[in-house]
Each structure stands twice: as structure tokens, then as C-alpha cells.
Design a protein around this ligand. Sequence first.
Ligand code: ADP
Ligand code: MG
Length: 360
Amino acid sequence: MAKITLDNLAHSYLPNPQSEEEFALKELNHDWVDGEAYALLGASGCGKSTLLNIISGLLIPSQGRVLFDGRDVTTSPTAERNIAQVFQFPVVYDTMSVRENLAFPLKNRGMDAAEIKRRVQKVAAMIDMEAQLDHKARGLTADAKQKISLGRGMVREDVNALLFDEPLTVIDPHMKWELRTQLKKLHQDFGHTMIYVTHDQTEALTFADKVVVMYDGRVVQIGTPQELFERPAHTFVGYFIGSPGMNLFDAEVDGSSARVGDTVIPLDGHFITAGHTQLGVRPEFVRLTSGEEGIPASIKRVEDVGRHKIIRLDVAGREVNAVAAEGEAIAADATRIVFAPEGINVYADDWRIAPRGTSA
Ligand code: ADP
Ligand code: MG
């Protein structure tokens, strides 16, 4: 296991990049703490695989260094990094049996037969393929082949890190949950440094201790699921995480109050802003009221989604969402919305501003 350091790292697929836009991965400095489980979350094309492939050595970055426990491995081949990587689509040897496929990374390292047998059996149970161990990989479904790929990634206990690049994409939905649980258990048992790439927030939030959110080639926030929910560092995090995502309101902020349209909203703390200023308020912190205070709003519809209701509102021609608990009554005569003060975040040019005198 290792601490992985990214030092001034950046990557462009072009030979002579001229501007920041030409970098698939913008400059990044980060330590992946030894033994933590991370999710790397972001929309398709934001640079997740690029970053993962630089860590694994499939790609040499155009700028900066990768260190494993302080040792520079930037140009070392994958084999020397002692990591396991599982990709989106299966990589299996068709002519080998399931057992031989799973044993391959161990045999390669000259492990003794009894130990190989033990590990293979254990991993086969984790991926629910004990009954097919002696079947040839050829002829198995894509789903089963991907489980073998996952098993091969999990079979070694001595790796520096385990990297997963959207490994459950081709897996059947109910099996996804099962495999994710197994991966989590593997992490608890062995404490490997794990990086799990996904574009699915549920997967990221249930798997990881820390979620690394990427947007347009940039890491915009690294935090616990709770931090991403309560204090999104960038409007993208607010919008991408949560369902529905965070509401944004153009605002003029003056110290400890904001003006949205004609409504003055008190803020928790004192803010100094410049640029395009917005208030971000998650639907969970929006309340409907029939009083005189608040921003004028009208209810368009109410969606019952099991444990809570989503209220779709029209605010000056734009959609705003509120969430109400299952048993909570929704005032049909509500004409305005108000915000819980602790649920208001202030943004300037998409980045969150902390209230003055705090670092939160
Ligand atoms: P993600 O894994 O988040 O979907 P990628 O890291 O694959 O994103 O891609 C990031 C950006 O780099 C995208 O704009 C993609 O088109 C581009 N890109 C990825 N691989 C290559 C490549 N081999 N050559 C040129 N551009 C690439
Ligand atoms: Mg990718």
C-alpha cells in the first residue's frame, strides 16, 4: 500500500498545448492518503480516465510528477508500480478457465499453488462465480466476464493501490449493488488505497470515504459525502450531487444580506463578493410559506418519490425545487419560498465564498 502524490500534474493529448482548454487534465496537486477509499466522480469526458491512467502508468503526463510513498514513478511502467486496475469493459483470456484467469496475477508472481487455490476460491465467492470456476471464459456473458476482471483486480493482497474505472457499467443492476458491497468489504479487510471512478453519484457516495469531484478537467472539490452536500465548493458540485441538485439564484450580496429580485435575505455571516454572485440553496432547505416574507413562487407540481416529495416551483420563470418530508403538509396557498439560513451558500463566479473570518 502506498500514499500517492500528484505534484503539479497536468495532461494534454496535444503535443504543443497553447491554452488551458487544451489540457484534458488541468494542473493538480493532491495526496491520496494511504489506505483510503476514494471515488472519482464527474460527467463523461471530464478527465477521470486520464487521471487514473496517469496514476497506473498507462499514460505519461505532459507535466508534473507522480510519487508512490515519495518515490518518483512518473515514467515507470505499470508493471513496476504494483497496482491492480479494472476497466469498464472485460479484459479476460478467453481460452483460459475462470479459475486460470483469476489465478493469473498470482501465478505470474510465483506464488505457491496452495495459496493460489485459497485466494482464487475466496475471490470466486466474492464475485459469485464458484460454480463456474472450471468453465472456459469464452462463451460467458459480458456480465460474467466483467466479474472475472473484477476478481482479477481483487485477487492480490499485496498491491500498492486498486484502481477501478467504471467497473460496473456492463453489470446487471441488482448485481451492481452486491459487487459494490464486496468491494467495500475488501477495503475494510485489507485497507488498500482504492480509487473508484464513476459518473454515478449514488455509487460514489455509497462507496467512498472521500469523493473527488471533477469538472471539465479540474478537481473542483474533495470531501466527505456530507461536505459535498452541505458546502459544495463549486456550483457544479451543488448541481451534480443531490437529486434534485442545488438551486441557484442570481443575487446581490452586501455584507450580511443578499437581494434576490426584490427580496432581501439575511445571511449567516459577512460576505465579500465580486463577479457573478449567486446563492446556492439545496431543495432540502427551501420552505414554502403563505406569509409576506420570501421570494414569490408558484407550485407547478408535486412529485411523490417515496420517502419524500419534490415540489417543482416557478420563480420568475425559472424552475426551483423544494423537498418536503413524506408526512409534511404542503400549503396549497403558498405563494413564497424562504430558505433555512444554514442552507444558504454564497458563490462568486461559481466558486463558494466562505463567510469572513472563517475558513468553512
Ligand atoms: P472521462 O474518463 O471522465 O470520461 P477522459 O479522461 O476519457 O474522460 O477524457 C478527457 C478528455 O480527453 C475528453 O475530452 C476526451 O475526448 C479526451 N481524450 C481522452 N483520451 C484521449 C486520447 N487518447 N487522445 C485524445 N484525446 C483524448
Ligand atoms: Mg472514462
